[in-house]
Design a protein around this ligand. Sequence first.
Ligand code: AMP
Ligand code: MG
Length: 410
Amino acid sequence: MTDCCSIKQAMHTPEEALQRMLDAVAVSGSEETVPLRDCRGRVLARELVSRVTAPPHDNSAMDGYALRAADARAHAGVLPLSGVAAAGQPPVELPAGTAMRIFTGAAIPHGADTVVMQERCKEGERQVRVPESPMAGDHIRLAGEDLAAGAPILAAGTRLQPQHLALAATAGYGTLPVHRRLRVAVLVTGDELVEPGTDIKPGQIYNSNGYALLGLLQGLECDVRGPAIVPDDLEATRAMLQDAADDADFIITSGGVSVGDADFVKDAVESLGTLDLWRISIKPGKPVAVGRVGTTPFLGLPGNPVSMFVTFCLFGRPMILKRQGAADIHPRSVPVRADFTLDKADPRTRYLRARLAADGEHQRASLYPDQGSGIMSSTTWANALVEIPPETHVHGGDILQAYAYHDLLS
Ligand code: AMP
Ligand code: MG
């Protein structure tokens, strides 16, 4: 049996491999202007500065009464009412020695220096009783305390989430400059593959990697071409890769990059561009190929479904994010407490399917019992990948790092 360890290639740690992969991709260029309602998940192409001062005027944080604190002290807390300040109206003048009914968000009347919340007041027919010595400044939101006009509010490269959309709206933007959606071609290789939902013959399996990749890329707001099944044939592989390169900003394949007789992706990519087939000291995960088809960046992931899933999360996701122009491309890991033991050390970094559960200071990580690279059920049972450093035995209670799915899948 041939395995990739018998051919001479440098062995990379996952960190080195990722750095080299990131060095091989650049931002894919053009930007477009998109209505705010369609911007969630898109990558901001330029820094935004606020178009307005926010809030635009001093306003009330409470329903209550606006007054001068000194007037309350001077009149033992009883003040005649001089009107109503309502949200949406321009600021009015507060006559000296009076109080004004005010509602949350309404502009503070000129002259008022405090708002007393209504729960602390008693309103009479034409007057109101307030505490005798209210604090000046209470319950007033100051103009500009959130945003100053012209000040930077969001950095280029921000992946726009609901809170960013709200801030952009606060700052007066109805459209945003974002990077064009990345077109990613997904090709899955193998004569054994058939589309799910169709009949299957002996020897065939359903294409699952294509749908994992589709979902992973949709989670990153990519415009996905495919998944298309590529037969194990050099000419067909070349033709489909060439089509993908003409149409897409990035190409991802699964399978066909081992050194078996039916693995044509390597030769096809080499004939159309450049390719490095890397040994990365991770488990699961070999082999991973990186290169270009023409000028289009190419990432060839392993065919084994779990290896494909893990290597996409570790390498594909940061590469895609970098090409999209995103600034924050590395997933966050969190410390977790092992609820398992691993007696055997391994020279590779292992990424094990684990379920995290809240348990005191650190979450507790349990392992799916079958960590085989074809066991797709492990990926749905789990909610995280736990990283086991090289040459490490794990004892129950050890602290390890884990990547929660919510940090990997979007
Ligand atoms: P390969 O890397 O092409 O040798 O594939 C390794 C293993 O992954 C084989 O058992 C394939 O049948 C399986 N595999 C490859 N592609 C897919 C796919 N798209 N969906 C499910 N399994 C796949
Ligand atoms: Mg294959």
